[in-house]
Design a protein around this ligand. Sequence first.
Ligand code: ADP
Ligand code: MG
Length: 258
Amino acid sequence: MSEPLLKITNLHAVIAEDGTEILKGLDLEIEAGKIHAIMGPNGSGKSTLSKVMAGHPAYEVTEGEVLFRGRNLLELEVDERARQGLFLAFQYPVDIPGVSIANFMRAAMQAKKPGEEVDIFDFQEELLERMKLLDMDPAFASRSVNDGFSGGEKKRNEILQMAMLQPVLSVMDETDSGLDIDALKVVSDGVNRLHEERPESAYLLITHYQRILNYVKPDVVHVMVSGRIVETGGPELAHQLEAHGYEEWRVDAVAPAV
Ligand code: ADP
Ligand code: MG
């Protein structure tokens, strides 16, 4: 069997400031072209996992390994991770007033190809083409990044970035939380279209709710509780969770509340 795209082994990570351990021996494998979902209760460490993968300075990895395309992800500079084809959409995207989507996207494309001039006309053509694929209004490209965006527009922007950057693996943290049904459909349709267009692209949807999984069909579902993946299965696992919750795995969750 070929090497998985992402292979996380016994990952331990602490909050750098106070040493509190959040990830407690997490294992995860994702193969090219697959759609994975991580589901877990609030506070189980899902966002921490995505931030550790992004190289967020608030966390320190104390043990374990993250291989991405056979390379040690944790040793790569943050921009190098993106260049290798890793894309992370955060739970709380930042606003960049005054920077248009088009300019932001062009800078991101440029960063992906250092030393190569991204042709402005090719770029615009591609941007419009991608927006069409995602059913987006071309006027959207001239808006400032996330400034005054509705939840749905922020998500649309993330999906557009994914469409332009063509990542090998897109990690989407709680992309569905707080979204109305229209915004949820933007995200789901976007992921489905991008996956259809590039079947070798992989996705990791991190979510508290089962809702998004009605629209994006995962190949593999993982359950995360207390900093670890405690169960891996097929799509049926998501439905099981919806019906029964996470109680089954919570035996060791009687740790004192902070
Ligand atoms: P999830 O995304 O699954 O809800 P998080 O990864 O956001 O969980 O958080 C896991 C636990 O770690 C929570 O109890 C949270 O309060 C704590 N935590 C995460 N990051 C920090 C931080 N930078 N400082 C303090 N506590 C944190
Ligand atoms: Mg979270």
